[in-house]
Design a protein around this ligand. Sequence first.
Ligand SMILES: Cc1cc2nc3c(=O)[nH]c(=O)nc-3n(C[C@H](O)[C@H](O)[C@H](O)COP(=O)(O)OP(=O)(O)OC[C@H]3O[C@@H](n4cnc5c(N)ncnc54)[C@H](O)[C@@H]3O)c2cc1C
Length: 284
Amino acid sequence: MRSFDYIRPATVAEAAGLLADNAGDPLVVAGGTAAVVLMHMGVLRPSLVIDVAGIDSMKRAREGSLGALTTIRALERSPHGLLAEAAEQVANVRVRNVATVGGAICYGEPQTDTPAALIALGATVEIASRSGTRSMALENFFLSPYETALEQGELLTAVALADPVFGSGGCHAKFTIGSPENKPVANASIQVSTDDGGRCTQARIVAGAVGPVPLLAAGAAERLIGEAPSDTLIGEVAADVAEQIDPVDDVRGPAWYKRRITRVLVERALRCALQRANDNRTPD
Ligand SMILES: Cc1cc2nc3c(=O)[nH]c(=O)nc-3n(C[C@H](O)[C@H](O)[C@H](O)COP(=O)(O)OP(=O)(O)OC[C@H]3O[C@@H](n4cnc5c(N)ncnc54)[C@H](O)[C@@H]3O)c2cc1C
């Protein structure tokens, strides 16, 4: 591994200043589960590592937002059932104890679970640099594999999420091969809300790992609004999503197979999310 300088800033302002003053190749490291492995492999060869893990403000949850340093393990206790379900399916407890939500997002890897769940929940990300802050909807953050909207000198500081809504429910369905600890071949993250008649009032459907970026299938979700979805409609919506994804042939399987798996996962997650939304309306 190439030698490098190492700095552990204590504040966002300090980290943003370091990023601005070192325009070459500084590397931000949070949990390090991806970044350090890539450094060992020689894929990343930074001359400066900025370890943000000591920035307390990025660990804190504020009303309606999670600090970027929140671990995947901590997400398992999220009041958003969908997010907790996605988090508990990530790798193994050793990885989940250190990997952070900010790292999962900024890595931009298609084969992930929590970004899809966060998009389904309508998350926005908060970004800081020396020149100020900005925020954007998470679905617009991913540009292509390992490429995000984060610009030179920027740091992801928090993820904003609305509180869980009465009568809403979500489900994260994941399919992988080999060990269950492996990264997803495909996943479906779905959040819906229903009214007293079981009719859908809101729906967000995300297909993950089956294209360059997570797919928010807004048109397919729109078909559910105002409906108490029948088996036929659920099947049609799942087929619609599977049609829109952009999978590739790779070691995880051929594209046609991922399309079939996605159809099954969307159907399964949609049924489960609708059931949970309806159950959440019913007093125990
Ligand atoms: C064996 C294994 C299996 C895994 N399986 C899954 C899985 O099934 N599903 C899943 O969702 N994930 C899985 N993961 C986790 C995932 O692949 C990443 O390793 C993890 O999410 C990265 O988080 P981190 O905090 O360690 O990021 P780091 O490794 O520290 O950083 C990753 C990237 O993000 C950048 N970065 C990190 N934080 C910030 C920030 N706040 N602002 C700006 N840039 C930042 C870094 O510069 C780097 O480019 C797995 C990981 C391993 C090792």
